[in-house]
Design a protein. Structure first.
Length: 127
């Protein structure tokens, strides 16, 4: 039987199923003609001793200070977890975006202490 015949039989079998087909029903393969679909994977998160983080102090409009942590290599979810932990430790607000953690205010010493406690390599960097 040629491939079109197999596909038709397969499609008829799926229509008879009472539940929605899953990837395992489809043989685990999914094909797409979407050219914008990216096949790149997220980078694996490096363990803390292999991370090389830099801690900067920046000034924003209105002369407000922010502590900026850069150099994290890993999944965005892991970056968010680290940012959440740092915000909690310092008792401030902030955000994580594009591989950067921002904390409101000058918290370089607290951040250095926390990162060292967790085994990260971190250095204070110039503004």
């Amino acid at each position: 039987m040629h491939s079109l015949g197999v596909l038709c039989v397969f499609a008829m079998n799926i229509r008879r199923m009472k539940k929605r087909p899953t990837l395992s029903d489809l043989g685990g393969l999914v094909y797409s003609t979407n050219k914008g679909l990216s096949t790149e994977r997220e980078p694996a998160t490096l363990p803390p001793p292999q991370q090389d983080l830099r801690i900067h102090l920046d000034r924003l409009k209105g002369n407000k200070e922010v502590t900026r942590i850069v150099g994290f290599v890993g999944k965005p979810g892991d970056l968010d977890d680290l940012g959440r932990a740092l915000k909690s430790k310092c008792g401030v607000g902030g955000n994580t975006k594009d591989g950067v953690i921002l904390l409101q205010g000058d918290h370089r010493d607290k951040v250095m202490a926390y990162l060292a406690e967790k085994g990260y390599k971190a250095k204070k960097a110039g503004g």
